[in-house]
Ligand binder design. Structure first.
Ligand SMILES: C[S@@+](CC[C@H](N)C(=O)[O-])C[C@H]1O[C@@H](n2cnc3c(N)ncnc32)[C@H](O)[C@@H]1O
Length: 424
């Protein structure tokens, strides 16, 4: 059985008992299928560019094999979810449409507002009837220029479900008291870029640029730097301290319609992905990608960075792997006290891939001490997986122990790569 059950300015919904029944003219549809969400179903779903797809979770099962497709689709930026096998019969798309209750969603679907517990049919029917935040058909699939990116209302805050990181006082303390990492790596990064053929005046995108510590050094080395960061306080500091670079508040992974400021200022991009300006080089220090909500989000962000690189462009980023956390489990508290500020950090590992910090800072303002607290979640990521994702997205990448000859903390690794030239 296969039929269209809803259509509106927000798209159309097709229900299909088996995902194998999809055809090329289903491209752009939202699909609700009766199939399990295993890897084979994921492969079939990726054959046709869909706006979103929902499976039956089949009880989830050993190693979550029943919903493995959600991560596969996430890696390509496609919103996907599953309904509980207890709410709808497996193999019966009509039952999923009439009675299915969402049990799992990937990050792209979550960003569109899908959440466990919702009645799938009701949510989709309402969504396609509205145009404002529709699930837009996306161009993706083998050979496409960019992976699909979900459409969401324009708001940088839409890109993270976490509390904001680096509010003004912690941003300032990072700026004045935590420059040692950039100090250690900046000349190696400048050398790496030059040795890879990135010329003076080339456009360097500094991802998670913080207060501009690295941007300042790269501008001094002759590059044209544009920094992006999720923290408005960091961007304020960066603009103040490096007026010769450009900066914007932008959180990864980038959603369609967000952060196009820079693209507009630079004119049409030759490369570029969903609001990221095209770049001759992309750099990132301070394990920025590990601040993302999940490994799925990190995978999407890596693919976006790869596709923002111009042909021949170079990427060099550092990444926190599991090994980084293992060596630090025994250090429960870090503290630093200066004349006009102090910081206390408590570490925890609330889940196997997580490395969290509760950070309390005090700052003396007009002889009064002001306290603020932040909870930082970091998600570790496998360096070989990062290399695989970059390669899949056109970048020949490798893992290194450092940017140059500097020595980095154990488990903080560097991933570098060069975007392959486009085929003629
Ligand atoms: C440890 S700081 C490093 C800052 C800077 N790169 C440096 O080395 O000084 C991590 C930075 O990542 C930024 N960040 C966290 N999540 C982000 C996201 N989703 N997108 C962009 N930046 C993010 C934070 O605001 C912060 O500035």
């Amino acid at each position: 059985m296969k039929r269209e059950v809803a259509r509106g300015s927000g798209g159309r919904v097709i229900i299909v008992d088996s995902i194998t029944q999809l055809a090329p003219d289903d491209a752009g549809a939202i699909v609700v299928c009766g199939s399990h969400g295993g890897t084979s179903a994921g492969s079939f779903a990726l054959e046709v560019p869909l706006a979103a797809v929902f499976f039956n979770d089949a009880g989830v099962g050993k190693d979550r094999a029943g919903i493995a497709a959600l991560a596969m689709l996430q890696a390509r930026g496609v919103p996907a979810g599953a309904v509980a096998h207890t709410s709808a019969r497996i193999g019966d798309a009509q039952d999923a449409w009439d009675n299915g209750v969402v049990s799992h969603v990937n990050a792209a679907a979550r960003a569109l507002g899908f959440a466990p517990g919702a009645r799938l049919g009701a949510v989709l029917a309402e969504r396609v009837a509205r145009s404002r935040d529709c699930v837009a058909p996306q161009a993706h699939g083998p050979g496409a220029a960019t992976p699909a990116t979900p459409a969401v209302p324009k708001s940088p805050a839409a890109s993270t479900s976490q509390d904001p990181y680096y509010l003004p006082d912690l941003a300032w303390i990072h700026h004045v008291g935590y420059g040692h990492h950039v100090e250690r790596v900046h000349s190696a990064i400048a050398d790496l870029l030059r040795n890879a053929g990135v010329a003076t005046g080339a456009r360097v995108l500094d991802v998670g640029c913080g207060s501009g510590l690295l941007a300042r050094e790269l501008v001094a080395a002759g590059f044209e730097v544009h920094g992006i960061d999720a923290s408005p306080a960091m961007i304020d500091l960066a603009r103040e301290s490096v007026p010769t670079a450009t900066f914007e508040v932008l959180a990864l992974p980038v959603r369609a319609g967000v952060g196009l400021e820079a693209d507009r200022a630079r004119g049409p991009a030759t490369a570029g992905e969903a609001g990221l300006p095209a770049a001759d080089a992309i750099v990132s220090t301070g394990h920025v990608l590990n601040y993302l909500d999940s490994r799925e989000e990190i995978a999407v962000a890596l693919a976006q960075l790869a596709r923002a690189l111009c042909p021949g462009g170079v990427i060099a980023i550092d990444l926190m792997t599991e090994a980084y956390c293992r060596t630090r489990d025994t250090v429960p508290v870090h503290a630093k006290v200066e004349d006009d500020w102090a910081i206390v950090t408590r570490f925890s590992r609330p889940a196997p891939v997580r490395y969290d910090r509760d950070i309390t800072v005090f700052r003396r303002i007009d002889n009064q001490w002001r306290r603020s607290d932040e909870h930082h979640r970091n998600v570790t990521f496998d360096a070989d997986e990062a290399v695989r994702i970059l390669r899949e997205n056109g970048v020949e990448a490798e893992v290194r122990a450092s940017f140059g000859s500097e020595s980095l903390p154990a488990g903080l690794v560097v991933v570098t790569g060069t975007r392959r030239a486009e085929r003629a």
